[in-house]
Write a protein that binds this ligand. Structure first.
Ligand code: GLU
Length: 435
């Protein structure tokens, strides 16, 4: 069974042109990361044990009438890993490879993220195993409405609050908000974040993860006596995170030398003209072929000699097979889980500074929190205010992780875990055990 699933995952990864993933259970990585934090914190075992068990795991069947008149059954998931600091929070992913173990790991990472940036949420994640690129808008809408109907009782502004993730968008969030509101009988914008602005979305939410990455990259470079302006950056992935990070980094004076999508990478050592690259991507739907650049494959992008490598695609991209060839001095993780634990060890030995996902890409959930606050208030802030508050949160989180790193003399990922695990265990302890 496991082999069949693995080979199916490999095949679909091969077909879509993305580098094949290492086939492992990502929740095992989560457990390993918890152990690393525990090795430093020495918590009492009764405080630690609950962190090994997600609070709620739900699998639902999502029957949908396809455009060709046939019924298709998709599988949907929603996991709340922890809600000791507040309601579950985390995205909805539409991707052919989504499964329960991925959702468990991604939900745990959301919990760590929310704790590190100190927003009052737990961690959750969900998704539907489907390929949105092969579905019509109508089919995606029907999948969304049925999936949300199936998990209706488990979500809500004080229960569990979804958001966009890989393969979903503000448009999908509008359907989430509408389905939930219609079933409730009143309008409830706070049930989901990442909505279009006219429906209670927040200014700055779309770019928030990219903007957060910029702040984290700037702070990291400062600590090694470098500046963002003039630093060379290679970015893997040109979805919402990668494309916005590229645009904002370019505008801030960084030299973005390579970007990639599923079709491959483009490279110009003098720095890419990002506004023109983005316009080309919007027109053609691909990066390769952009005039005046060299085409590289996705693997080669990861090996470029740059100051900062920003993986912003999928999990498990930097593995023990390629970690030895990474030339970048710093890796700032835009994607969730792009580096495997064994790759981490190799990178640490080679002196590569890895700024972990749960800190680096938390800008999205920070502005999700601001969106939720604004929805619950019914009063909306100017985008400049959102961006300013985002910067404040990201810099504070960076400082807290950096201080933990120095205090315990550990790598930045372990420091981030120590901080997150400690904050979550503290909340659990204060609440005590119910019944
Ligand atoms: N999907 C995003 C993430 O992985 C955002 C989640 C949210 O805003 O709730 O961080």
């Amino acid at each position: 069974m496991a082999t069949t699933m693995a080979s199916r995952r490999q095949q679909s990864a091969f077909k879509s042109g993305t580098p094949a993933r290492v086939h492992r259970n990502p929740f095992d990585d989560v457990l390993e990361q918890i152990d690393r934090a525990a090795a430093v914190l020495h918590p009492d075992p009764d405080s630690l044990e609950p962190l090994r068990h997600p609070r709620r795991q739900v699998v639902v069947s999502v029957p949908v009438m396809m455009d060709d008149g046939h019924l298709r059954i998709f599988e949907g998931y929603r996991v709340v890993y922890d809600n000791s600091r507040g309601p579950g929070k985390g995205g909805i992913r539409y991707h052919p490879e989504v499964n329960l173990d991925d959702c468990k790991a991604l939900a745990a990472w959301m919990a760590w993220k929310c704790a590190i940036v100190d927003v009052p949420f737990g961690g959750a994640k969900g998704g539907v195993a489907c390929d949105p690129l092969k579905l019509s808008d109508g089919e995606v809408e029907r999948i969304t409405r049925r999936y949300i109907s199936e998990i209706f009782d488990l979500i809500g502004p004080t229960v569990d609050i979804p958001a966009p993730d890989v393969g979903t968008s503000p448009k999908v969030m509008a359907w989430v908000m509408d389905t939930f509101s219609m079933k409730k009988g009143y309008v409830e914008p706070g049930v989901v974040t990442g909505k279009p602005i006219p429906l209670g979305g927040s200014g700055g939410r779309l770019e928030a993860t990219g903007r957060g990455l910029l702040f984290i990259m700037r702070e990291t470079l400062k600590r090694v006596d470098r500046e963002l302006a003039g630093s060379s950056v290679a970015i893997q992935g040109f979805g919402n995170v990668g494309s916005n990070a590229a645009r904002l980094l370019h505008a801030a004076g960084a030299k973005v030398v390579a970007v990639s999508d599923v079709g491959g990478a483009i490279y110009d050592p003098r720095g890419l003209d990002l506004p023109r690259v983005s316009a080309y991507y919007r027109e053609t739907g691909r990066l390769c072929g952009f005039p005046g650049t060299r085409k590289l494959d996705n693997a080669a992008l990861l090996h470029l000699d740059v100051d900062v490598l920003l993986p912003a695609a999928m999990e498990d991209q930097i593995t023990r097979d390629n970690a030895g060839e990474i030339q970048a001095r710093i890796i700032v993780e835009g994607a969730n889980g792009p580096t495997t634990p064994d790759a981490d060890e190799i990178l640490a030995r080679r002196g590569v500074l890895v700024v972990p996902d749960i800190l680096a890409n938390a800008g999205g959930v920070v502005v999700s929190y601001f969106e939720w606050v604004q929805d619950r208030y019914g009063y909306f802030w100017k985008e400049a205010e959102v961006n300013e508050r985002l910067e404040e949160k990201m810099v504070a989180a960076f400082d807290a992780v950096w201080n933990t790193r120095e205090r315990f003399e550990v790598d930045a990922r372990t420091a981030a875990y120590i901080l997150a695990v400690d904050r979550i265990m503290e909340a659990r302890k204060l609440r005590g055990l119910y019944a």
